[in-house]
Each structure stands twice: as structure tokens, then as C-alpha cells.
Design a binder for this molecule. Structure first.
Ligand code: IVH
Length: 703
């Protein structure tokens, strides 16, 4: 950094450096080293130590110097990452050692079978009681490339091709910032820089970059790419390297090919060694001696794959020691010493048969895709969300289109985009209907809302959704009352207001299709038990806009009963911690409606609890002794900055809380780190309180 500062000062004083030949050569060398150092900080370590304008000054000074002294230009200069003339075709490159592919494992048993085969293959070398060391890496979903370094300089970059012969993409690879043009001499343990070394890895596009890149394409009228892999492939195989240079590509190494000179003796040591030479490698690598632990690790990743800013399609498990790898060898095109545990696919293409609209509990009208059934990640999908009318219009999704459908974890499947190339001309554009499909009222768009709404207060579809929500797991949790029964009860006219639930008789239920004595009694017991639910659950169940579980808890902290809350003015509500003006208005408006006040009265008269229970009181009212963590259930997602997952889990458990792997009706808190996975969306859908790391730390401190 000293050098950077000194150079910046020198540039400030002298302006553009037009020095004499000798001085120029020395200055160019210094500038290159400094620019390379900051390139590495920025692109490889993702931890820049100077500002962008400072970097630009150094970079431009170097370029100016090279322009003034063309004899100083070298292909390894950091200025040489951009372009050159387009090619007519790529040259072929024969790989000195073939680039193999991987056999796949689709479940734990496949992994165990692979492990058994490895042990058998090593029977002469590995005693029965000796552990077989394995390493795991994420399997990046991009394109394999081989980078050959001679004397530490990038000489050739080649695609995998058919494994034997690839294409020379050196000029394109040079434009990728994370591809080192020069290797650093490795520090610490391990052999020195080999004379010649082939580094193998994957070129890919980060998800965040992909989204932004696709937006840029769409904005200028170009077709977007279907996924990051296609975008990376399309960008790398450009004959004009200036186009590649504009694309946000990344590179991560996962191994080495042939080398002239010594290399480490294991896979894990090799990746550490590469990293010390300035080659980017994934931080997500582990070592194991136990195949059961490998299986558990791989299975765990299925849920966590979205926590990374890159698409991964599995976990690669490798025998760690090179001597064992050699002994095991390869069959056909794949080595015996490695296997890819593949995650279930999450995207598929199918036909969009129709677009229907659903009326939500708040009256929001949601378009939904009716699809030709398609298999994705182990389930058949025939419906998917289309979010809202803008989503459909922005992507020009038409009925009859071939569409890409995505399903991530437990999240509702969604239509990602159409494939316009597959159109036949018979597709038809869609528009929002003018009237509510349930009650026939006008559908309107409210200012600042993405959704269209049916504003009728007596819309049957809205009531069915409300009833379903009221009985749901985050609210009154009435066992057996799901969406089917909600429809039946409402359509038969047995329940037309929420309070009617508590008036249901057994005879009425027995008259319904599919009801016998036991089922009717169970439902009545469930309804009866729900009368004692804590107040925040009742409040959540009323379906007041913006009042999910978290807001309900805050309101119940502030008011001892539903009646007291009903008396509160809009101003009073806004003084509550965490309640903003929009929520306050929504609550006050709800209680201002006579029918709603009547509903509260009726629920109370029917024996439903409308008072705060001691456990719901704010911590200070409980003498400050209650821990907000004791008894609470947490789910963790994404990477935390100040602690590992294991540490977070221990901290929660020490305070009497527990941690589970997935979001359910019992989840109290979701702690979100960087790049949260699908769990975040699940938590939001269930109104689970979401804590960022700062809020989580505060909660730990309180408890
Ligand atoms: S090892 C001989 N490690 O997956 C072993 N491959 O399906 C082959 N890939 O062509 C490569 N991440 O492009 C290895 N950590 C990783 C990988 C990885 C992604 C790709 C690679 C290969 C393909 C095989």
C-alpha cells in the first residue's frame, strides 16, 4: 500500500508520466505490479483497498506510459485485457492430457457405492482400518477451461471441447479479470512455481451479474439469456474478444493438468497452493474421512445452493491423494477417483396453456400459469406463479408460449421467461380481465401497487382465502381446516363470517360430503381448542393488511387486548416501535369498519380469547427475566459475517432456543446472512420474523 500511495502522489505531482526511456521502464514495472495487486484484491479476494478513481488513475497512467513508449508493451500488462481484432474461427488445441468429465451420483447410496469401489480399488495400498481421505468442492455450472502457464505467464487458454481437442480462446480468457495473466511465486508451504503448469477450472457468470447483464440486454432490445451458463458460454465463445471483455465473466480453478516441475501431493493442498499463486479457487471446500459425513454434507447443500452468488449443480467428491487417484485411474471418459453428487434439476421448459387469475385474501388478483405438466426436481409441476401483470408484460409472456419454469426448494414454481424462438405465430398476448372472476366487481389498479385488486367487501373468493388463512398454521392453527374445507364451508353457506366457525354444529358437518362422526368431532375439537390461542395469533388471523405475525406481536406487546387495540388512534399506533404509518393506517381503518368491530364482539362472546397472555407481554413486563430466545425456534440461512453457522447455533442453544433446518409453522425467527437461500422467501411467505445479523446479535445480547 505504501507503494500505491507513493505512486499516486507522484502522478498527482507530475501529471501523465512522460519520462525518459529508463525511468519509463521502471515506472511501468511498478505500475503493473501495483495494478495487478489491486486487481487481485478487487477481483479475486473481493476486498478492494483503494477507491475506484484511485485505481483508474493508476491504470490510465500505465496505459498512457505504454502508449508513449510502445517498446514497453507486453502481453502480460494488466492493460492488455481488452480485445484485439475479431477472429474468423477459433484455432484447435489438442489437450496434452484429456479433460475428463465426471460420473454422477444422484443420492447417498450412489456416493456410498462409489466409496466402496474406491476402497476396493485401493485394497493393496490402503489397510482396512486406514481412513480414505476425500475432499469436496462445489460443482460450478459453467464451462471448463484449461489455462497453460509458462514461466508463470498465461500462454494458452483452451475450452474443453470434446475432452481431447478444444478451442484456443486465449484472447477471450485474457479479458476475464479473475484469470491471472501472471502467477505469483507461491508463498509458504509447497513447491515453487513450476516451469509449465496447466490450471483447470470453470468460467461462469455470477448470478447477480447475470441478472444485471440480462437487464442491459433487454433494455437495448436484445434477447436475454436463459440462464447464467448459457450467458457464460455465449460470451466466452465470441470471435471478437472486445465483446467478451464487456461481459461479466468470472473464473474459479478446481484443479491442475500436466505440469513441468513439482506439484503438491493432494487435491486440497493443490487448491491452497494455487490460491497462494493468485489463482481464484472456491472457499467452499472441505475434507472428510467418513463417507456418511460426506453424504450428510452433500444432502445439506441441496437447500443451501442459493446462498451462493453462482449457479452450482452439485458437489464434487474427490479422493484427496494424487497417488491414489493415479492408482484408481479412469474408465471411459470419467475418472474413478471422483464423483459428482448432482442436485435435482430446477428448470424445465414446457407449454403455457393458459393464464388464470386467483383472488387473494386482500383482494389482490394474481395471474397464475396453467402448464403442460412437466417434471422438475422430482415433482410434477402443472401450475406456476406469474407474479403480476407487469411481470407478464415486461417479459412478453404469451398464452401458447414455450416457457422456462423454475422450482427452487419448497418455493412455489415460477415462470421465468418465454422462449420467443419457439413461437409458431399462434400464441396470444394476455391482459388482466376487467372483472373479478369470483364476484364480478370491477378490477382496479391502486396507485403504487404492483397488483390489481377486487375491492368488493363481500367477494366470496376473498373470504375463502381469509378463512384458510385464519385457520392456518401461522394464525389459529386449526387442524383439518385447509383450503378444500374452507371452500366447502363457504360454498355451503355454513361459514360466511369468521365467527360462524365457532357456531358450527356436528349435524351441519355430518351433512357435508366426506364427513363422518370422527372427522366432524376432530374438527370441532380443533375449533374449540383454537379459542385459547394467544392473542397475536388471532390478530394475525384477522387478515388485516400489513399485519403478519411480527407486526401482530408488536401490537400485542403494546396493547393488552383486542378491544384496547380497537380503541387506538392512528397516531397512537405510529408511536409503537416497528409500526410505520402505512401499517398504522391499515389497522385503524380495519377497526373503523362497523362489521369488523362486530366480528371482534362476536368472537369474544363465543369464547375466543381476545386478551394478551402473560407469555406475550413485553420482556420488561415480565420483570426482564424472560429470554426472547428461550423456547423459540430458529432457522439460519446465508453466510453470517461475525460467526459461523455452528457458532450461531450454539449461541441459540445455550440460551434455550433451538435451530431447525427448514422453515415451518413452528419457526419463530429466520436469521439471514449474505446471499440468503429460498428459506428467506419461505419465511416471508409465512410472516416469520426475519433478523439480519445485527438484529440477531442484539437479540443474543438481550438474552
Ligand atoms: S473435476 C477429472 N471439479 O464439471 C475430473 N469438475 O461434469 C473432472 N466442474 O468438465 C473435473 N466444478 O467443467 C471438477 N470442482 C470441480 C468442478 C468440475 C465444475 C465441471 C467441469 C467438468 C464437469 C464434469
Amino acid at each position: 500500500m505504501e507503494r500505491t500511495r507513493a505512486l499516486l502522489r507522484q502522478l498527482d505531482q507530475n501529471g501523465a508520466p512522460y519520462a525518459d526511456a529508463e525511468e519509463a521502464a521502471a515506472l511501468a514495472r511498478q505500475l503493473r505490479e501495483v495494478v495487478r495487486f489491486h486487481d487481485r484484491k478487487y477481483y479475486v479476494e473481493d476486498a478492494p483497498v483503494i477507491t475506484d478513481p484511485e485505481y483508474d488513475r493508476l491504470f490510465h497512467a500505465l496505459r498512457a506510459l505504454e502508449e508513449a513508449h510502445p517498446e514497453l508493451e507486453t502481453p502480460e500488462s494488466p492493460t492488455q485485457r481488452v480485445g484485439g481484432e475479431p477472429l474468423d474461427a477459433f484455432e484447435k488445441v489438442a489437450h496434452p492430457e484429456p479433460l475428463l468429465s465426471l460420473s454422477n451420483a444422484f443420492d447417498g447410496q450412489d456416493l456410498r457405492d462409489w466409496y466402496t469401489r474406491c476402497r476396493q480399488g485401493l485394497a493393496g495400498r490402503l489397510a482396512d482400518d486406514e481412513p480414505l481421505r476425500m475432499s469436496t468442492e462445489v460443482k460450478l455450472d459453467g464451462l471448463a477451461v484449461a489455462l497453460t502457464y509458462e514461466e508463470g505467464r498465461l500462454a494458452v487458454a483452451a475450452t474443453r471441447g470434446d475432452g481431447q481437442v478444444g478451442e484456443n480462446i486465449t484472447r477471450n480468457a485474457r479479458t476475464i479479470r479473475t484469470v491471472p495473466l501472471r502467477l505469483a511465486a507461491p508463498t509458504g508451504e509447497g513447491p515453487p512455481l513450476p516451469e509449465r503448469l496447466e490450471v483447470r477450472g470453470e468460467v461462469f457468470m455470477r448470478r447477480s451479474q447475470f441478472d444485471a447483464f440480462n437487464e442491459r440486454l433487454t433494455a437495448r432490445g436484445d434477447a436475454p439469456f436463459a440462464n447464467p451458463r448459457n450467458a457464460a458460454a455465449g460470451s466466452l465463445r465470441q470471435l471478437d474478444p472486445t465483446i467478451t471483455a464487456e461481459r461479466p465473466l468470472s473464473f474459479l480453478a478446481y484443479g491442475i493438468g500436466p505440469a513441468t516441475g513439482a506439484v503438491p501431493s493432494t487435491q486440497s493442498a493443490t487448491l491452497d497452493w494455487l490460491s497462494r499463486m493468485g489463482v481464484p479457487v472456491s472457499a467452499r471446500r472441505e475434507r472428510f474421512v467418513d463417507i456418511d459425513a460426506v453424504v450428510a454434507f452433500c444432502e445439506n447443500w441441496v437447500d443451501d445452493r442459493d446462498t451462493l452468488d453462482m449457479e452450482i449443480d452439485g458437489i464434487v467428491v474427490k479422493v484427496n491423494r494424487f497417488a491414489y487417484q493415479e492408482a484408481l485411474g479412469a474408465i471411459a471418459k470419467a475418472p474413478r477417483w471422483a464423483i459428482a453428487y448432482k442436485f435435482p434439476a430446477r428448470e424445465a421448459t414446457t407449454t403455457l396453456r393458459d393464464i388464470e387469475v386467483n383472488v387473494g385474501r386482500t383482494g389482490a388478483i394474481k395471474p397464475e400459469a396453467v402448464l403442460a405438466p412437466v417434471h422438475i426436481g422430482g415433482v410434477t409441476v402443472s401450475q406456476a406463479t406469474l407474479h403480476n401483470a407487469d411481470y407478464i408484460a415486461d417479459r412478453d409472456i404469451r398464452i401458447g408460449d414455450t416457457v422456462i419454469v423454475k422450482r427452487a426448494g419448497d418455493v412455489i414454481p415460477q415462470v421465468v421467461r418465454p422462449i420467443p424462438e419457439a413461437r409458431t405465430g399462434s400464441e396470444s398476448p394476455w391482459s388482466m380481465p376487467a372483472r373479478c372472476p369470483s364476484c364480478g366487481s370491477d378490477i382496479v389498479r391502486l396507485p403504487d401497487e404492483a397488483d390489481y385488486f377486487c375491492l368488493a367487501s363481500d367477494c366470496p373468493a376473498q373470504f375463502i382465502r381469509l378463512l384458510e388463512h385464519f385457520a392456518g398454521r401461522s394464525a389459529m392453527d386449526i387442524e383439518g381446516l385447509g383450503s378444500k374445507l374452507a371452500v366447502l364451508l363457504a360454498e355451503e353457506g355454513l361459514v360466511t363470517r369468521l365467527s360462524d366457525l365457532y357456531d358450527l354444529s356436528k349435524d351441519e358437518l355430518l351433512a357435508l360430503e366426506g364427513f363422518a362422526e370422527k372427522k366432524a368431532q376432530n374438527l370441532l375439537d380443533g375449533i374449540e381448542a383454537s379459542k385459547q390461542q394467544p392473542l397475536h395469533r388471532l390478530l394475525t388471523g384477522l387478515g388485516i393488511r400489513h399485519v403478519g405475525r411480527d407486526v401482530a406481536l408488536r401490537l400485542v406487546h403494546a396493547f393488552p387486548s383486542l378491544e384496547a387495540l380497537g380503541e387506538a388512534s392512528h397516531e397512537m399506533l405510529t408511536t409503537i416501535d416497528g409500526i410505520g404509518p402505512v401499517t398504522a393506517e391499515s389497522v385503524a381503518d380495519w377497526f373503523a369498519v362497523a362489521e369488523n368491530r362486530e366480528l371482534v364482539e362476536d368472537l369474544k362472546a363465543l369464547g375466543v380469547n381476545t386478551k394478551r397472555q402473560p407469555a406475550e407481554a413485553p420482556p420488561e413486563a415480565q420483570g426482564g427475566t424472560a429470554s426472547p430466545i428461550a423456547g423459540a425456534t430458529f432457522v439460519l440461512t446465508g453466510a453470517l459475517e461475525n460467526r459461523t453457522r455452528k457458532e450461531a447455533k450454539e449461541a441459540i442453544e445455550q440460551r434455550g432456543g433451538n435451530v431447525t433446518g427448514s422453515v415451518s409453522g413452528n419457526t419463530d425467527y429466520l436469521v439471514r446472512g449474505a446471499n440468503p437461500g429460498s428459506k428467506l422467501q419461505q419465511a416471508q411467505e409465512r410472516d416469520v420474523t426475519v433478523l439480519d445479523e445485527e438484529a440477531f446479535t442484539r437479540l443474543l445480547d438481550q438474552a
